[in-house]
Design a protein around this ligand. Sequence first.
Ligand SMILES: Nc1ncnc2c1ncn2[C@@H]1O[C@H](COP(=O)(O)OP(=O)(O)OP(=O)(O)O)[C@@H](O)[C@H]1O
Ligand SMILES: [Mg+2]
Length: 383
Amino acid sequence: MENPFKYGGVVRRPYFADREDELKELLREMENLGRVFLLSPRRYGKTCLLFHLMDHLQNLGFGVAYLDLNACPDLRRFAEAFTQQTSKSLESNTEKLLKVFAGLKRLRPKVSVGTDGALTASVELAADEKDAIPALLEGMHNAEALARKSGKKLIVIIDEFSDLLKYDGTTVEKAMRSVIQQQDHVGYVFSGSEETMMRGMVQDKKRAFYRMGRMMELGPINRDAYAAFILRWFEKGFCRVERRDLEHVFEIGVDVPYNIQRICHILWEKARGEKEIHLPMIEETPYIIAQQDAPHFESLWSATSQPQKTLLVALAGETDPKPFSKAFQLTHGIGPSSSIKASLDSLTKKGILYRTKKGAYRFPDKFMMFWILALSTDRGKTS
Ligand SMILES: Nc1ncnc2c1ncn2[C@@H]1O[C@H](COP(=O)(O)OP(=O)(O)OP(=O)(O)O)[C@@H](O)[C@H]1O
Ligand SMILES: [Mg+2]
């Protein structure tokens, strides 16, 4: 049996866990052609949830277009991708699609022949880069017109949406807003992990998307539902796991779905020989993952100064470190607070640490913390 705990890409059914409530909420919003700004820290499962949502929407007869701004390096690509994806989601016949594309002014149709001889229709910007915004707007008008004509609701999902600013500052936002407000056959989900940028877009009065939609914060997967999913798979693999031991999995993985999947992936491999998962096996997993990811951590580590390294070791060694407290500084022989502050700022900039809303400093990649622990205590070297 293949390992059912997948990570590193889009996870779909039957390997996709829970998210029932979040799915229902998004479906309700899309039924009403709402505009939702989906926000969560990295690796919480936004993209997986969006693909799950797409599968449902398609089954319900919606047209669905998915765009990832990471894959669109410039506005030209965004305009082309927007037009292509939205049109294809509403018109599957290649000939008709080419006719639609031929009716556009700023984008021209392109036909390519696949190895199997099948024709594929796409569009490319007809003029130069300056025309990219008008082309995008034309694509958006085209999407609305096609949706109206087909009698279908169209949902446009834009992933990594905070990347929008990389194109043209806030000019694109303004242009998009004016069209979105005229549309009544299209719903949108804008998804991103850059909290300040996403919030800035929706909550700043001076910005174009101000109050244009609602913010939906994606939290961790419900523990009970996730545990039921994990137990079901282990049961299928004829392996015993205690529900209460899974609490340790959630604690170690700080409820980040990516972390939980990685831990369970390792446990599954171990279970092939053992047929039973014990607590020490669970406690060993973060060190195994830390070893697997060591090359990445080593390069981050080598880019830090000696005082920063000392501080990282001190932070990794405590459950709730208070780096500005006298006790912390005395225990670890570091200080004063001003130089600790400088190190924390630099480590945050490098992405090795992040500052929580309450002002605490944590590792965004929990496994790096275990890697540092192993480094400083000689633990995990044998695994
Ligand atoms: N519902 C789920 N069921 C199973 N695994 C999941 C689920 N959601 C997320 N994961 C795991 O977490 C990993 C990261 O998920 P995903 O890429 O969707 O996160 P993201 O929030 O889009 O991250 P980023 O902000 O970095 O784009 C997936 O590869 C998968 O292993
Ligand atoms: Mg994502």
